[in-house]
Design a binder for this molecule. Structure first.
Ligand code: 9MJ
Length: 692
């Protein structure tokens, strides 16, 4: 063997070993970066030496070229299905039957979670993975070898002494977290969501393009054998599972053994209590008579063994009827359509509402009032409608659906302000901003924050209480609050939370904090236009845009009256932000809040517009980096802006010059690399003096 061949073999072993430690032992051995490095080295070597290619190389897990379809595979040993038990009584009958027929008073069982995925069979010859197939009808399945190679939990080579032929059966599944992640991504990108992790696994394995499967985060647990040649099996199923683990197959860690009916029911309850916390979805517990000689004694009925049973948990999906579709408005103004349901038990909990996520999802599902739907509740995720049962939709005499397709309202159901949804955005939002009660806490919190109106001491806890008890509706109401209001608000909040302070119990009421708050609110009356603009919380109007607007227009009224075109003419304001600003000020509720702020005495200096076309630095973009001795960077920036410059935080080809102070780092290096003019502090000071 030449050197590359040796290294290739070594890399494959190292990578498969890391997979084994990660997926089977659950003890990651090397950092992801190291794993990626080994894989890249192997890829490079295989590319340079095509004669070393191997379909079972870990590099093949990224997926091969698409195929036209799946070949049929006949299972040498049929794949079994399990009989179900839906009650303790049915399990008791199962155990009694076994005791009666085997004479075993307290039989031992292998007890396993019933993983909700897709059953598959994996065939290994002399330790190498040669074929993988779906269960199909149990006798014949589909050849999905290329897709299964992409599932990292499935070993491509077995460890240790592998038999001549080994078929291993188990479940391919999509972990819950990956399922949620996938759906969040799909909703954001307008793609079809997966109904449940099981469909996620099934759909992924049915991809004709293995490269698509490779991107789906599937995993695998082994739980049964098919054909075996050249090995002597241990006498029990649980020992077989231990052997499979040694060979490199992940076995579900919740798997155990239990004795007699009591043992089975105790396992069922313990596993049920952990069901929601498990990282994969299960729909029951499986009990398998552990001893193979006893299994043979029990035999089969049709394709189901008489020595095993699946004890089901309450389903996580149920059918019910949509009685209405409402809209909830979140703290950021996002509108979420919610289905009001005919109450239904799902997984042991009564569900009356289910989220429809957003307008796109409603359109994709085509959910209408009156529809029969499947709702799903799993773990701590809010219940959701996963599909409509179309054949149960009601129609009128002419065969038309009784209800039209659902449309989101164009007015906010909470405050009546306009609803807008931007191009390319899935979320529709209320434009009520400051006025909308649903958005009050968030709007007030932002308004009071340090870089906005800077009301010291007015934190989220107080704001929430002020809103909940009705002391403030809009930001303007803050300016009417008295010391007495605050003291009373705090007393009510403490009473409600059961946290009455010792001082109050002792008959003393602290008021200093309230006086300080009222003083802080009063001080915030004296502000600047840019702070006010930022404080209003117009979406995408951050401090920098607020400053640009304030400088460009000089006063609030011209901004409030500017149309989108005028706003777009301002440097750095694009069409999206221009539209947001125009819509904000077009909303009568927002104008009322501004009028109320003025009336409450909030004021700011206004001046003539200062277009950046004016001044010696008009049209120049400047970056400040490093420390200056004579002033702060912010002060230097303000002086440069006063001369017409635009101050930016990052160096690019568009940068006119960089002011570099002490210990300037990467920005200076980048400027040097791009050949951009660099000023030291002395040059800056000279320039400022000259143009003062
Ligand atoms: C699942 N789905 O987790 C079996 N299964 O055994 C377990 N399925 C099974 N065992 C024989 N843990 C036929 C099916």
């Amino acid at each position: 063997m030449g050197k590359p061949a040796q290294r290739v073999a070594e890399l494959r072993r190292l990578i498969e070993d890391a997979n084994y430690r990660y997926y089977v032992l659950d003890e990651p051995s090397i950092p992801d970066a190291e794993y990626d490095r080994l894989l890249r080295e192997l890829q490079a070597l295989e590319a340079a030496h095509p004669e070393l290619a191997d379909p079972n190389s870990p590099t093949q897990r990224v997926g091969t070229a698409p195929s036209a379809g799946f070949a049929e595979v006949r299972h040498a040993v049929p794949m079994l299905s399990l009989a179900n038990a839906f009650s303790d009584e049915e399990v008791a009958e199962f155990v009694a039957r076994i005791t009666r027929e085997t004479g075993d008073a307290e039989p031992v069982f292998s007890v396993e979670p019933k993983i909700d995925g897709l059953a598959i069979s994996l065939r290994y010859e002399h330790g190498a993975f040669v074929r993988g197939a779906t269960r199909g009808d149990g006798a014949t399945g589909e050849d999905v070898t290329a897709n299964l190679r992409t599932v990292r939990a499935i070993p491509l080579r077995l460890r240790g002494n592998a038999p001549a032929v080994l078929e291993v059966r188990g479940e391919v599944y999509m972990p819950k977290a990956e399922f949620e992640r996938y759906n969040a991504w799909a909703r954001e990108h307008g793609e079809k969501t997966l109904a449940n992790p099981r469909n996620g696994a099934a759909g992924s394995l049915r991809q004709l393009d293995p490269r698509v499967t490779a991107k789906r985060p599937l995993s695998f647990f082994a739980y049964a054998l098919g054909e075996v040649e050249g090995a002597t099996l241990p006498p029990t199923h649980s020992q077989t599972l231990a052997w499979l683990r040694e060979l490199g197959f992940p076995v579900c860690p919740e798997t155990d053994t239990a004795r007699g009916l009591d043992g089975l029911l105790a396992y069922y309850r313990k596993l049920g209590a952990r069901r929601e916390a498990l990282p994969y979805e299960i729909d029951g517990a499986v009990y398998k008579l552990d001893r193979y000689d006893r299994q043979r004694a029990m035999g089969f009925v049709s394709r189901a063994p008489r020595w095993a049973i699946a004890h089901k948990y309450p389903a996580q999906e149920e059918a019910t009827v949509v009685e209405a579709i409402d809209v909830q408005v979140g703290r950021t103004g996002a509108l979420t359509p919610v289905a009001r349901l005919r109450p239904v038990q799902v997984g042991g909990v009564t569900v009356t509402n289910a989220t429809l996520h957003n307008a796109d999802q409603v359109a994709r599902l085509d959910v209408r009032v009156g529809d029969h739907v499947i709702v799903r509740r799993a773990g701590d995720v809010i219940p959701e409608v996963v599909r409509v049962i179309p054949e149960r939709r009601s129609h009128d005499a002419k065969g038309r659906p009784l209800h039209p397709p659902y449309r989101l309202p164009d007015k906010c159901p909470v405050c009546g302000s306009a609803v807008e949804r931007e191009e390319g955005e899935v979320v529709a939002r209320c434009t009520g901003g400051l006025y909308c009660p649903a958005q009050r806490v968030q709007a007030l919190h932002h308004f009071a924050s340090r870089r906005a109106m800077d009301i010291e001491g007015l934190g989220e806890r107080f704001i929430t209480a002020l809103v909940e008890f009705g002391y403030v509706r809009t930001v303007a109401d803050l300016y009417r609050l008295t010391v007495e209001d605050f003291v009373e608000m705090k007393r009510r909040a403490d009473e409600r939370d059961g946290t009455v302070p010792e001082t109050v119990k002792a008959g003393r009421i602290a008021t200093k904090w309230a006086e300080n708050l009222v003083a802080a609110i009063d001080a915030s009356r004296n502000t600047t236009l840019e702070r006010l603009l930022y404080a209003l919380g117009i979406r995408d109007v951050g401090e920098s845009t607020a400053k640009t607007l304030a400088r460009h227009f000089g006063a609030l009224d011209p901004i409030m009256h500017a149309d989108e075109e005028t706003l777009q003419a301002v440097p750095d304001i694009g069409p999206v932000v221009a539209a947001r600003i125009a819509h904000f000020f077009a909303e009568p509720h927002n104008r009322e809040v501004i009028a109320a702020l003025r009336k409450a005495g909030v004021h700011w200096p206004e001046g003539p517009p200062r277009r950046s076309e004016e001044g010696p630095l008009a049209g120049k973009t400047v970056v400040l980096t490093g420390g200056l001795a004579s002033m702060t960077r912010e002060e230097a920036g303000a002086q440069l802006e006063a001369l017409g410059a635009k101050v930016s935080g990052s160096v690019s080809k568009k940068t006119s010059f960089v002011v570099a102070g002490e210990a300037a780092g990467s920005k200076l290096a980048k400027a040097q690399e791009l050949g951009i003019e660099i000023w030291d502090e002395a040059r800056l000071l000279a320039f400022l003096r000259e143009h003062a």
